[in-house]
Ligand binder design. Structure first.
Ligand code: GLN
Length: 544
């Protein structure tokens, strides 16, 4: 019977952020699934925002969207891509969500008149949610990634939740620490001291590490492994080396080389239910084989630069979807970041787009760089460069077509020109009121909507079916008042939402590939099931 009790694996980070807790969580999930178990994963974010929707992508990275419309951390995207699961709002929480729920319960007298306190009421709410997510998914293993780094004031209450769960059922909880082992260039040696401090801080919170995933530039050697084992009070076989590698999709395979899956099962006194599944390994072999043929993709956006650094995090799902589609076409996409602001300053610079096999204009918000994006669309349309517009990219394709083909001078989206004469992209009524009341959080058109595709369209060639469902995150829409006019000028409206009668896909004819989608197809691509629209886009790009 004990074998049936659900198991919980907490994953926290040591030393610094950005060392791959999310990918580690997703990879452990993948490994357990391949051993015949059902697994689900949750992310806990320490910030006070109720969700990720109100955060700037440069600060926070991509805002991922689930089918049910929850705007969440990009790690949920990693879980979905690695584990092949469709997750829900139950798989995500923030300090903001937790406090809001506790305060609402207090207002509803659900605490029976007693004093509500940070401890234990906040950790108890966290635990309630973790258990609820497990129940709904019926997972054998529930993985819980605690955001931030051990020792931060912000995530203490989440560690407290882990501690209380372990206290309740020690045999059902395992704690994994993903820690960074620096190799300072001037010293030239791997240093374990920061990790030792991180583990000591964890001990101070009443927890021990059952596994340490040692993230470093290079593999962990024996002396270092021993040092971590002795000073962090952990069996050396449970110190797992995790050196930098080319592809994140290799990580489950590397962990398995160290036997991590079976070691975790052993901690729970379990055995694999079946021999390791082969699909992931086969997929990875295909990735390795795709290295010889290249396809050059340009991404025209603006959320790249922060100070002297270029960040790719803002478009992580798009990047992954491009890669998945590349591998499906037996080629390796090379992605180049192109700043739309440069085109605005110097329109002639758009000529560089000729050097690419395909161009993507991804989603975005706000005025900056908008005219540059429109110039990029124009260049792709006229020069027959394969083009894929995602959300804002689709909206800009409509604006470009309206201005330059339908000759609607200064046509625009009302996001950028409130009083423009030809608002080809505009609010629908329900959004008008939301914005008037400044009710911004969680109120865009969010999550999965149906889309009906016209036969004889590019979209139909890709999807090979008429009814699809894709995820949204936007306030503005194609303005139906311009439907007939733009169609008569040659814009193909190849997909629409039947319930709300909203245009979801636009295309143009006599072009190798020119498609814009109001939705974000990138959110549903994964390496085992590359997204059909991206696959078709890369296929056309390869022909260029
Ligand atoms: N800013 C646009 C809107 O709100 C597009 C959003 C996006 O690209 N996700 O409609």
């Amino acid at each position: 019977m004990a074998k049936k009790t659900p198991k919980f694996i907490f994953i926290a980070g040591g030393v610094m952020s950005g060392v791959g807790k999310g990918i580690t969580t997703a990879s452990i999930g993948r490994i357990l699934i391949d051993k015949g178990f059902k697994a689900t994963a949750l992310k806990i974010d320490p910030y006070v925002n109720v969700d990720a929707g109100t955060m700037n992508p440069i600060e926070h990275g991509e805002v991922f969207v689930m089918d049910d419309g929850t705007e969440c951390d990009q790690d949920i995207g990693n879980y979905e891509r690695f584990m092949g699961e469709t997750l829900t709002t139950n798989n995500y929480m923030t300090t903001g969500t937790i406090y809001r729920a506790v305060i609402e319960k207090e207002r509803n007298l659900e605490y029976g008149g007693r004093c509500v306190e940070v401890v234990p009421d906040i950790p108890n709410e966290v635990i309630r949610r973790i258990k609820k997510a497990q129940k709904i998914s019926k997972a054998d293993f529930t993985l819980i990634e605690i955001g931030g780094t051990i020792g931060e004031y912000q995530n203490l209450l989440f560690l407290e939740a882990a501690r209380l769960m372990k206290l309740e059922k020690p045999e059902s909880v395992v704690f994994v620490v993903v820690s960074y082992i620096p190799i300072p260039s001037k010293i030239g040696e791997m240093k374990t001291k920061p990790t030792q401090y991180a583990i000591r801080t964890l001990n101070g919170a009443g927890l021990n590490a059952d596994f340490i995933i040692a993230r470093s530039e290079r593999p962990l050697d024996e002396p270092r492994k021993r040092k971590i084992s002795i000073f962090c009070n952990i069996n050396p076989e449970n110190v797992i080396s995790a050196p930098d590698i080319e592809s994140i999709y290799q990580i489950p395979i590397n962990f398995e080389k160290d036997g991590l899956g079976n070691k975790i099962l052993k901690k729970f006194k379990l055995r694999p239910r079946k021999k390791n599944g082969k699909k992931w390994l086969q997929m990875f072999k295909k990735i390795e084989k795709s290295n010889s043929k290249k396809v050059k993709i340009g991404m025209v956006g603006k959320y790249f630069k922060t100070g002297d650094f270029t960040l790719m995090d803002s478009y992580i799902s798009v990047i992954e979807a491009i890669k998945h589609a590349g591998w499906k076409n037996n080629c390796l996409p090379e992605i180049t970041w192109l700043s739309s602001e440069d085109y605005e300053k110097n329109p002639k610079k758009t000529a560089e787009l000729k050097n690419f096999d395909g161009i993507i204009v991804p989603g975005g918000f706000g005025n900056r760089g908008i005219e540059g994006k429109i110039l990029a669309v124009e260049f792709c349309r006229k020069n027959k460069i394969p083009f894929l517009g995602l959300c804002l990219g689709m909206q800009m394709a409509v604006v470009e077509f309206a201005r330059n083909v339908a000759k609607l001078k200064n046509a625009n989206s009302t996001e950028f020109d409130k009083n423009c004469q030809y608002p080809v992209i505009d609010f629908i009524n329900e959004q008008r009121n939301i914005v008037k009341n400044k009710n911004y959080g969680g109120t865009m058109r969010l999550g999965a909507y149906n889309c009906k595709i016209k036969k004889n369209s590019r979209a139909f060639t890709a999807y090979k079916k008429e009814l699809i469902s894709e995820r949204h995150r936007h306030r503005y829409e194609f303005n139906n008042k311009f439907r007939d006019l733009l169609e008569s000028k040659g814009l193909v409206l190849s997909g629409a939402n039947p319930e709300k009668d909203l245009i979801e896909i636009v295309e143009i004819k006599n072009h190798p590939f020119f498609v814009g989608t109001q939705f974000h197809p990138e959110f549903k691509s994964n390496p085992l099931n590359p997204h059909p629209l991206f696959v078709e886009f890369i296929k056309s790009s390869l022909k260029k």
